[in-house]
Write a protein that binds this ligand. Sequence first.
Ligand code: HEM
Length: 502
Amino acid sequence: MFIVLAVLIVTLVTIMLLWIKQTYNYFDGFGIIYDKPTPILGSMKDALLQRIHLKTVIENLYKKYKSHSVVGIFEGTRPVLMITHPEVINQVGVQHFNSFLNHKEMLDEKFGLIGKTLIALKDQKWRDMRSTLTPSFSGSKLKAMIPFIEKIAKHGVKHLKLCDRDGLGEDIEMKEFFARLTNDVIATTAFGLEIDSLKHKDNEFFALGKSVTNFNGIFVLKMLLTNASPKLAKLLNIKFVSSKNSKFINDTIIGSMKFRRDNNILREDMINLLMEARESSKATKHWTDDEIVAQCLIFIIGGLDSVSSLLCTICQMCIENPEEQRKLIEEIHQTKNDLKDESLTYEQIQGLSYMDMFISETLRLWPPTFITDRNCTKDCVLDDPITGKTIQVKAGENLLIPISALHKDPTYFPEPNKFDPQRFSPENKSNIKHCTYIPFGVGPRNCIAQRLALIETKCLLFHILDEFHFTSCEKSTIPISLDPSTITFTPRNGFWFKVIKN
Ligand code: HEM
C-alpha cells in the first residue's frame, strides 16, 4: 500500500514538474526576452503573496525590461506579453485594432452579470453594445447632466460645513465621502434615481456599489486566481457579484424600465437609451434582461471607484503641493466671480485650464486603472521599433499595457515623481509622446466614460475647493503607500485630510 502511494505521489509530482517546465518554456523559440518565473506564482509572486502592491510589481518589471519593446511575463502560470514601447502600444491599440479587439479572457458570460458587462463583451457583441451606449456620453447628454452633478456637489459642501462646526478644520477620511457623492452622481445621471447617500448611509444602491467595488483581500485573491486560470475559477464557481446584489440591481433596473413604460415617462438617461436599444423599431439586436442590467453594473463599478480614487489623489496632491492648490483655488474663485450665482456651464468647466492641468498631472502619477490588456484574436505581425525586426503575436495570446509604468518613465516624463501640472500646459502638452500618457486607455476600446469622468471630477472639485482647502492631518499618509492586499489606490490607512474653510 505504502509503495503504491509513493509511486502515485512521485508520478503526480513528475507530471506537475513537467507541466510547469513546459508552461514556463512558452517563450523559448519566439525570440522574445522573458522574465524567469517563480513556479506557480510566475512574475507576480510579491503581488500574489500580498507583499507588494500589483502596481509596483508591474512598474518594477517595466523598469527591468524597458530596453526591449515587449517582454514575456507570467501571471501565475499564464504567459502574457507586456508591451513596453509606446509605438507597439499604438500598433496594438489603434493600427491593428481588428486583431486586438477584446480584453483578455477572464470573466466570460459564465461568471454571471459581470461577464456580460461592456468591458467583458467580445467581438460583434462588444461592437453592438459599445455603439448602443456611446450616445449616453455625447456633448448634449453631458451638458444635461451638469445641473444634477452640481446639486450633489453643493449637497456635499453643506455636509462638510456641518462636519466643521467650529470652523477650525476637521480631519476627514475622504474616500468614503467621495464614494458617496460619486454613487449619487451615477444614480441620478445614469438611472434617474435621487439618492442621498451622505444622509441615508445604508441605502441599498450605495451598499450595492460598495460591495461590488470592495476590491480587497478575498476579491484580490479571486481576481488573481481567475487571471491565472479562468478554467479553474469557473470550476470553483468563483463569483464576483453575489446573488443578492444581482437580484437587487436586476429588480431596480428592470422595475424602473417597466414603471417608465407603464407611465409613459421619458427621462434622458442611460436607462432610456437601453430601453430604446431594446424596444425601438430600429433595434437590430435583441438584448436580454441580463445583458441590459449588466451594463448598469459596470457603470456602478466604473463610476464609483475610479472617480472617487481620482478625487482622493487630487486632494493628496493638494496637501503635498500647497502652492499648486493655491493656484487651483484662485482659478476657481475667479470663475466663481464671473458666475454671479448662476449655475456652472459646460463651457465654464472646459475653461478651467489650470484645473485641467492639475487633474492630468494627478492622473499621470496616480492613474486609478494602472494596467489594461488586450487579447489577440487573429495572428498578427508587429514591428519592433527597437530591433527593426518583427514581433509575431499568435491568436489567443494576451498582452498587458502597463499604464502607470509608462507615466513614470523618465524618458517621457523627466523627474517623473515630481508633481508638475505645467507638463500639461497648452505649450508643453503637444510634446507628450503618443501613447505614453494613457490614463483612459487607448484606441476604440478606451474608456467610454472619459468625458463624463472628467466633467464629474471637475464639477465636484469646483464646489468643494471654492469653500475649502486641504492640509495634512495626523492620520495622513505622505507619500501615498498602497495597501498590497488591495488592487486600488487605498493607502494603508485610508485618505485622511484636514478639511479647512477658505
Ligand atoms: C477617472 C476615472 C476613470 C478612469 C481613469 C478610467 C479608466 C479606464 C481605462 C484605463 C479603461 C480601459 C481602456 C482600455 O483598455 O484601453 C476603462 C474602460 C472602461 N471604463 Fe473607465 N475610467 C474612469 C471612469 C469611468 C466611469 C465613470 C465609467 C462609467 C460611468 C467608466 C466605464 C468604463 C467602461 C464601461 C469601460 C470599458 C469600455 C469598453 O470595453 O468598451 N469608466 N476605463
